[in-house]
Design a protein around this ligand. Structure first.
Ligand code: WTA
Length: 646
């Protein structure tokens, strides 16, 4: 092995579900005989009618089609709840930790069953039918989980929208999937501050119309408007229905959820996942990647508004009968010790978070960590962006006291579950590497022309064949699905990520190679931020790129050309930041704005982003060939007025 290597610790090896030999044997079987492998592992969930076919997938550019277990039927909520009741009805399913440290509660599988059945009946009595889309715009409270599972129980398709998104973004997502139902709360609470979710919902509905019912959970009791005939209090409605709602029999390929995510171009796409393959893959990855043993307390710090929350707070853990912790707050409230205090309070065994949180806490000082015991911790996880070796080492040494393996899990909204990752008992670790493929995953590295690169190499990451958790389509736009993922390299799924493979066959994700940036682990399309900026009356043109940011991973750097006659000012910068927050949400706030009299363009009018990226990175010594620019002199001005002097 080359580079710094951290072997599997002895105590982990002793009890781990899989060792290296078993991993290799299973992996080989999974790629040599996918039908046999998944035919067997598909049985890990309960089917109403068992499948007789397993894999039916085509990456052929002219006929992209992905189906798994297609003649089987099941209910996802029944798999996450009902089948555990006999054996672990009184075991905690969800441990909820509120924003304030003195707020927490435990929901057993029996209680979860009661809550989800009632919520499902509330949806049914208010006209929600199988196949209907339901928008969920919620804070991190147990009712968010009940809402999603209630949809799954009756076969409605949830579309969760992150509570940090603006009314405009919410409206766009309601409209795109023509959802007539919204589930929200009066207000959310994060880091001691309230978020006006119901008010945002009202404003969104003003824009998009066509919403029949809004179900409102009371979280804070704050002052809100309820629209007669449209808005219903959750706590009142659940009293009117029974706690028995038979699960709908769904086909494996019936949609389970839509989740909007950013891409290179245009508005966010509705990534569509279906029921059977998704659940098999989410539950199997959750078990093996985190080496989950029954009875353990597992905590993923993501928000249910992102795919990580879907697969690894909710569906994977609950399908496995696990205890999953759901945290309403933020890592630094009331202090930077919060994560570790919660680990001690609830005896967390497995902890899964994002590099941006690790970097922020690393900067706050070791004493916040070392003041706590953390003796329950066994496995640590990382997701969302490349983890830099310094952050990895701190996580390993200070948080995990060198006894907890770190699983650096690479995956995407589109992939439904983890694709490249270590397994705690099987994989020697290298800081910064996501290491090796999970079962059934065949990664490859191609050059710009799509030629496969062998051995130790670097290039673009593709996956050569399907796995059960893969997205099936872009909701309402299959052609966009094909064009986005299968057109760049025909016959291959293109991830949009750059990647290096070392001599040991380990994969190192180097970051996006398209116009997507990754800000604090949140995906953001530069095109979305640009279109928000140019929607402002003072802006004539805008170009947005990422630049390295110590805590966020990448920051948002915006080049803005003002309308004729307008003078740049600090005040105008603030106005534009505020405008973008209102259009998209706080996560899209530009970190740096540079007013530019003009942008570097080719003679055909295409903005040369390569140049803008370099200037934003403060590394403009080697800008490459600028002679093809329509006006090469603009570059000097851009460099002179650059905002990031790192
Ligand atoms: C990035 C989040 C490096 C990557 C689950 C990917 C990562 C994008 C890792 C997907 C990782 C995620 N190492 N990069 N362990 N995990 N990424 O859809 O660029 O929000 O394409 O899914 O995050 O982001 P998404």
């Amino acid at each position: 092995m080359t580079g710094d290597v951290y072997p599997v610790p002895a105590e982990i090896a002793e009890n781990a579900l899989l060792n290296n030999e078993q991993y290799l044997e299973m992996y080989n079987k999974s790629v040599e005989d996918p039908d046999g492998f998944w035919g067997e592992h598909g049985k890990r969930i309960d089917w109403i009618k068992p499948y007789t076919t397993v894999k039916n997938t085509s990456y052929d550019y002219h006929n992209v089609s992905i189906k798994w277990f297609e003649d089987g039927t099941l209910n996802v909520a029944a798999n996450c709840i009902d089948r555990h009741l006999a054996e672990r009805g009184d075991q905690p399913a969800i441990i909820w930790e509120g924003d304030e440290p003195d707020q927490s509660k435990t929901i057993t599988y029996k209680q979860l069953s009661d809550a989800v059945n009632r919520f499902a009946n509330v949806l049914l009595t208010n006209g929600v039918k199988k196949g209907d889309r339901v928008t969920v715009y919620m804070p991190m409270i147990p009712e968010a989980a009940y809402a999603m599972l209630a949809c799954a129980r009756i076969g409605a398709v949830h579309s969760v929208v992150f509570g940090g998104f603006s009314p405009d973004s919410l409206a766009g997502r309601i409209e795109d999937c023509s959802s007539r139902f919204v589930i929200t709360a009066d207000e959310g609470v994060r880091g001691g501050r309230t978020v006006p979710l119901k008010e945002n919902t009202d404003r969104a509905i003003e824009k998009c119309g066509n919403v029949d019912k809004v179900f409102v959970v009371k979280r804070t009791g704050g002052n809100i408007n309820m629209t007669e005939g449209r808005d219903l209090w959750y706590h009142e409605e659940i009293e009117k229905v029974s706690a028995d709602c038979p699960p709908a029999e769904m086909n494996a390929e019936d949609p389970l959820f839509i989740l909007y995510t950013s891409g290179s171009t245009g508005q966010p796409k509705g990534v569509m996942h279906t029921s059977g393959g998704y659940l098999v893959y989410a539950s199997m990855t959750h078990q093996y990647v985190f080496d989950y043993h029954p009875g353990e307390v597992y905590w993923c710090t993501a928000d249910v508004g992102w795919v990580t929350g879907h697969s690894y707070i909710l569906y994977g853990p609950l399908a496995n009968g696990a205890t999953t912790l759901m945290f309403e707050g933020v890592p630094t409230y009331p202090t930077a010790g919060r994560f570790w205090e919660v680990c001690d309070k609830h005896n967390v065994n497995i902890f899964y978070t994002a590099p941006t949180a690790i970097r922020a806490l690393m900067g706050a000082g070791d004493e916040h960590v070392t003041n706590t015991s953390r003796k329950s911790l066994r496995i640590l996880g990382s997701v969302g962006e490349p983890i830099n070796p310094e952050a990895w080492m701190w996580y390993h040494n200070v948080v995990g006291e060198q006894r907890c393996p770190i699983v650096d899990t690479w995956w995407q909204t589109e992939t439904g579950g983890i694709l490249i990752t270590p397994l705690p008992g099987a994989t020697d670790l290298k800081p910064g590497s996501a290491t090796r493929p999970f079962f059934g995953i065949q990664p490859a590295i191609v050059d710009a022309e799509g030629n496969f690169q062998e051995g130790a190499t670097e290039g673009n990451l593709v996956i050569t064949d399907s796995w059960p958790g893969q997205m099936r389509t872009v909701y309402g736009d299959h052609e966009r699905f094909v064009q986005t993922y299968f057109a760049t390299y025909k016959g291959l799924y293109f991830t949009g990520d750059g990647c290096r493979r070392d001599e040991d066959g380990y994969y190192w994700i180097t970051g996006r190679v398209d116009d997507v940036i990754n800000v604090s682990g949140h995906r953001m399309g530069t095109a979305e931020v640009e279109s928000a900026l140019v929607a402002h009356p003072d802006v004539s043109e805008a170009a947005v790129v990422g630049y390295p940011h110590d805590v966020k991973g990448q920051g948002i750097y915006a080049y803005v050309t003002l309308m004729e006659g307008l003078e740049p000012s600090e005040e105008l910068k603030k106005k534009l930041v505020k405008h973008v927050r209102a259009e998209i949400g706080p996560i899209a706030s530009p970190d740096l704005i540079q007013f530019a009299p003009s942008l570097p363009k080719t003679r055909s009018g295409k903005i040369m982003r390569r140049i803008l990226r370099k200037i934003a990175e403060d590394s403009f010594e080697n800008l490459g060939d600028t002679s093809t620019l329509a006006d090469p002199t603009v570059v000097g001005d851009l460099i002179d007025n650059r905002q990031n002097r790192a």
